[in-house]
Design a protein around this ligand. Structure first.
Ligand code: ZN
Ligand code: ZN
Length: 154
């Protein structure tokens, strides 16, 4: 006999307020709860997904399906921003070391593909070598200039 679930009505999880019990049960006998999101939509959530412990491995539900998707998109954007910042810092560091060994002009090119797009330019120079070991600027979408036989003159 599964024990009677703890009454969660009135509890708040992220953007969700538990509003009433559901008749639905998970395969393992967990109760579902109807929750109202701060946007007004309702979502049925199994009790094992309602937790304040966001550090645990099991995903927790903090919003309705629509808002969850938006939160996910925001998280991906934030992660991409962090990675892009890291790429630019790395590029700056490598380029500083290459100073004097590559054409000066390369060192004023954008730092990364995304940086070039931001500046409306076609070339960027990260200071990294291509698979064929060229040290050369890259074209956005196009890869290594030396590979493409378009090595610019210094
Ligand atoms: Zn919502
Ligand atoms: Zn190459």
């Amino acid at each position: 006999m599964p024990s009677k679930p703890r009454n969660r009505v009135g509890e708040v999880y992220g953007q969700l307020l538990v509003v009433r019990a559901s008749e639905r049960r998970t395969k393992s006998g967990n109760a579902f709860w109807w929750c109202r999101c701060s946007c007004g939509r309702e979502r049925e959530v199994p009790s094992d997904k309602l937790s304040h412990n966001t550090a645990r491995k099991k995903p927790v539900v903090m919003a309705c399906l629509v808002c969850s998707r938006e939160l996910q998109v925001e998280a991906v954007c934030a992660k991409n921003d962090r990675e892009e910042r890291r790429r630019r810092l790395e590029s700056e560091r490598i380029r500083a070391e290459l100073k004097g060994t590559v054409p000066e002009r390369w060192l004023s090119l954008p730092l990364t593909d995304a940086h070039a797009r931001e500046r409306g330019e076609l070339l960027f120079f990260r200071g990294t070598r291509c698979l064929r070991n060229h040290l050369a600027p890259y074209r956005i979408n196009g890869g290594c200039l030396a590979c493409a036989g378009q090595m610019p003159s210094a």
